[in-house]
Write a protein that binds this ligand. Sequence first.
Ligand SMILES: [Fe+2]
Length: 210
Amino acid sequence: MFTLIDLPYPIDALEPVISARTLEFHHGKHLKGYVDNLNKLIVGTEFESMSLEEIICHSSGPIFNNAGQILNHNLYFTQFRPARVIAGEGPSSVISSEGEAGVEKAALGAQIIKQWGSLDAFKTEFVQKGATLFGSGWVWLQADASGALTIGQYTGADNPVAHGLRPILNFDVWEHAYYLDYQNRRPSHLEALWGIVDWGVVEQRFAAVR
Ligand SMILES: [Fe+2]
C-alpha cells in the first residue's frame, strides 16, 4: 500500500508562488487521488510488492499513469521551501539568493555551468521547455549514470525513471498545478517557481547519482 506523503512545510508556506488553495487541491485531492487509484489497481497483481520505480519500469496504462504521477508529485512537493520575500515589497520581489549562491558552489551547480554556461541560461531553457510542452506533463532536469544532465519534456505521467535516467528537478505543467493562481500564464508560474526551489534537496538528488 502506498500512502500520501506529508508536505514538509505548512500549507501556506509557498505563498505567493503557490497558494494554500492550490496546494490543498494539488496535494490533498490530485495526489491523494493517484495514491488511492494505484492502491486499488494493484490489489492481487504482481505490482503489489513492487516499489514505485519498479512499477513504473514494468507497467503501462492506468497503473503506469497513477504510479508515475505519485513519484512525480512526491519529488515535486519535497523540492520546495518557503518563498523569500523582501520586506515591504510585493510578490515580484520573491528571491532565492541563498539557494542560488549555494547551487553555484555545489557539484550540481558546477555541472550546470559546465553544460549551460550559467545558471540563468539553464533556467531560461528549462522554463522555455516547460512553457512549450503541449498539453499536460512535466519538465525535468535529469541525469544519466555518468552525471551528464539534460532537460526532458514528458507528457502525462511519463518521467525520467521510465527512460533509464535519474530525476533531479521537476516542474509540473499540468493546469491543476497553477490555474487557480496564474490562470493561463504558465510561463509566469514557471519563472516564479525558481523562488521556492530548495537547491539543497536538488543537489542531494544529483549527488546520489554519482
Ligand atoms: Fe500535478
